[in-house]
Design a protein. Sequence first.
Length: 321
Amino acid sequence: MAQPRLLVTMGDPNGIGPEVVAKALARPDVRAAAELAVVGLRSVLAPWLERAGAGGVEVVEPESAPGFVPRFGEVDAQAGRLAHRWVEFAAGECLAGRAAAMVTAPVNKAAFALAGIRETGHQEVLQRVSGAETVLTMLATGRLRCVHLSTHKPLREACAFVTREHVRRALVLTDREFCRWGLERARIAVAALNPHAGEGGLIGREEVDEIVPAVEDARAAGVDARGPFPADSVFNRAIAGEFDAVLVMYHDQGHIAVKVHGFERSVSVNLGLPFIRTSVDHGTAFDIAGRGIANAESMAEAMLLAARLARGAGLAEEGRG
């Protein structure tokens, strides 16, 4: 059987993206998992490939950038524009059926803004290009998978986003995507927003007024949703195998749990796109860019997970899915 073709975007060329991509591609298990091509600039990637001992890698250049030289650690408009273009190109290839999945190295939000790009990150770009109605971010490390109701919202706005409809829609989408990835029925825990799951309305009304009705709605639609459970205990239950995923109410609620449990191996996955997209679970790390000391474990895991999903092999090799 032919290996799935995966496109790997190089990320902001002034960050650690080219380095971690090259290091991940030097791993035999990664190279054996799929047909991999990097979308970026050959001139930027080549020194890192040589340093990592990763020869024979295909590099696709959607546009040339004559004379571009990375300035490690600097926010730069051209770097932001190039990184944005590479994401758009890879998404287009997936939509056209010329790639089975895409894997993304980190971009820099400030560089996007400096280039005049309104989108703040990958998810916003991919949602626009694909026309997807709802897109969610999931972080995964081992058995812990956290699906985020919202991501880059100020905390005040994130709390206001916790509504019956938003929670119900997220549960239905999570169940649909997990089934598409190989689970017959996903067991989804819902994390509470307030301490002690609101104590019946004594410590906040969101659980009573919004989350519980949403869980009931989802269950009526055939989704195995449970909760809300206090956020200080639900993640351990998921790690122990009781749940396949936890729906969290805001960015840090899920990110902290995942990164404490297994930061170096954590991977980001989008739910709701018409194609597979995985990513590293870290930023451009401008403080160490160009020094050759970046850890490529997350990038390697993102490539391996994309390959498994593209083959229909499920979310993880260990545990359910």
